[in-house]
Design a protein around this ligand. Sequence first.
Ligand code: HEM
Length: 484
Amino acid sequence: MIWTMAYRSIVYVRPLSSTHKLNLQSPILMTQPTQPEITLAESAPRPQRVPGLPFVGNALDMARDPSAFFVDMYRRHGPVFRIKVLGEEYTVLAGPEANLFMSRQSAGHLRSREFWQGMVEEFEATTLMVAEDGERHADMRKIMQPGFSRSVLNGRYQEVIDITDDVLKREWQPGTEVPVVQAMQRLVTKQLGQIIANQSPGDYVDDIRLFIKRILNVRVTHQRPGFMMQLPDYKRAKSRFFELGQSMLDNHESDPERPTILIDDLIRASEERPDLFPESDLVSEVISPYIAGLDTVANTTASFVYAVLKHPDVLQRIQTEADALFAQGAPTMSMLKNDAPALFGAYMETLRLYPIAVAAMRNADSDFVFEGCQVREGEPIYMATAVSHFLPEFYPDPLTFDVDRPVQQYRQPGAFAPFGLGPHTCLGAGMAEILILLSMATLFNRLDLALSPPDYELKLSVAPTPGPEAKFRVRVVGRRTAAN
Ligand code: HEM
């Protein structure tokens, strides 16, 4: 199934049919949170089943635009309903009610293990952090947290800018057309390699991309058939991916003089906590940041480029801000956030309007009642976290890319969840923010770009994660400034 669709034409134009009204006075939405009512009531009804086609169920609507589908269903059926996708039934918890539940009450109600099991198997690992829950997950997360934190990039902004400049010089030649998603994938892969292990992935970049995309499409989101895991291209990419992981470990030199990076922490953990990080899992853990960071950052930056080029006034403001930032050498985090409001506003609006995680997958960890409906232990759940992003109750004129939105709009409880919620909230969010802001500031400072064709309207590809289609290209009109 090709999960491709015209994003704007569907998300932006479809009116929200309005049966379920969000009650902004409801206790669940107040800043001083009260607990949503969770009681085991045998008599509670099952969530309403959304009408759909025989067998196919709601797969076509989901394939066309999962965001728009979930928003529409939320309006019609409220924050809990059931859908069918190719014979499989799923419960959907949606909207701010679901977001608050996920951030406060995941423990004991939601688990991640089943969803990520396919990836654990492909990695030939005992486990991976994303597939763990409860205490084991918390312990693993604590060990990995420093290596993913934004402070890893302290003193290294110039390095990120240099990698970006190098890629721009090689791949973004004036007069050429650049397929943006692929170009961003190559850029972020190089940035991540350097940050995780002080090692560029060199000519392994395409293997990393193929390996990750295939696993996510086939073994995690089940959007592609299983035989694709047997194809020679996958087998080759997998073997090269592990070769890269092994070489990252072999080439690694611990150096007490420099700040520790993720690979240092993982090696130490395999000695101190082999129950969590057995030595046999080390290669998988070392390369796992590529899984978490590659598509997410590449799709977000590609959407960022599209949205900015679609709004010439925003483009001009970002260019002016970027010029001022680079006039003073490598920008600091505070400069990126405070002295470049259009750049930062574009980042926030891209996360809101082009979320790479429309919904997180979980299984119910116990029987529970959510918003009056019974959810049963073991059943698969879509946590439709991005529904709130499109609700006018939170964001006036929600479909407008408005880089001047007050930050208070994003901060309303349950309103904004681009990095997920609860115990598995993105561990790399701070790092991602810096990488994206630095990369975008560098790109718009160095190059004059234009959409190709100029009236291009973005189409999304949904497999494995929503993002611009591979055909999205920009024309490099010329160079604005030389690299510093
Ligand atoms: C725009 C960029 C990014 C977005 C939108 C994003 C989004 C997310 C989301 C939604 C989750 C939660 C998944 C779930 O609940 O099932 C997640 C988890 C995670 N992300 Fe990110 N991510 C981004 C970039 C990164 C980067 C650059 C890294 C690090 C290299 C990273 C590392 C992680 C890790 C390790 C987890 C798993 C946390 C856990 O299981 O405890 N992410 N991310």
